[in-house]
Design a protein around this ligand. Sequence first.
Ligand code: ADP
Ligand code: MG
Length: 336
Amino acid sequence: MSIPLGFFAGLGGASREGVLIKGSNYLEMLSDVETVVFDKTGTLTQGVFEVTDVITDDVPREKLIEMATIAESSSPHPIAASLVHAHRADIDRSRVTDIEDIAGRGVMAKVDGTPVAVGNRRLMEMLGLQFEEGPSTGTTVHVAIDHRYAGCITISDVVKDQSAQAIRDLKAAGIKRTVMLTGDSEAVARKVAGEIGLDEVHSQLLPGDKLEHLERILEETDGKVAFVGDGINDAPSLVRSDIGITMGAIGSDVAIEASDIVIMDDDPTKVATAMGISRKTMGIIRENIIGTLLVKFLFLGLSAVGFVNMWLAIIADVGVMIVAVLNSTRALRYRR
Ligand code: ADP
Ligand code: MG
């Protein structure tokens, strides 16, 4: 009885902190996590980009932004959402047709019947187009209109306030290795990783590459591997890892479905909080098991030599249960 009660209380305590854990097995597994792998956009960064620079040749600046925004208007990617948000004028979605999402690269669509491609350098390379290197200060979104390179929009994302603390908390909780996998450029990846203090970073990855890196990390790790992402281009990794953790607010429904743990307010420090709750819960369950067995064996021994009457036996049985129940409720409260 003390085991399920401990888990109930642990799951309840986690919910109170805004961490939804989809089963007691995950709560148990969390205490064995050795490596935590993060996605970048939307997970460690806010996923809200601001346009910082636009470079064009012969296409007018406004037209470039307009075409790119309309092409992106149906994409669920945070880059797309930010472009749409920045372009305040109403967007007429009926102007866009033949939308094709190219995972980890960008989007291709027809705007007013003209083919438009919006995405990173890998998309331009895929289309065989010459492109200009954007400034390394942010994420460069290249735009091609009518099969010709039209220019690029530089956008930058902000690291979440809590990200550096999240990594420090994980280190303090004994996590051996923290890794970031991103589809973004190396310069941006390095900058973010340096700011936050991650051990390892891999950039310019397609969703399949993320999965390959994860497979390798799974092989190299004795303990469990947790993957923290927003489900955009990383759903396979969420499923493949031992424990998939999703940001609930920015994450898509698919991501929430594919993950084992959902962080409701997207705060990355909650990963360490969840681990703390897991360890505390496992400790309480261990105390309950050991305590209960010790008392039972003690009374069994005493009764063998005739020291125990009916009353003492009842106290030993019910009393121990009550103590175990009370002990379990400690898992409901967690102090960082
Ligand atoms: P991250 O690993 O940082 O979460 P993603 O795997 O979601 O990044 O995307 C990788 C890269 O692919 C992005 O940095 C961006 O350059 C490009 N990309 C993907 N989708 C889009 C899109 N809809 N519009 C523009 N660029 C995109
Ligand atoms: Mg992502």
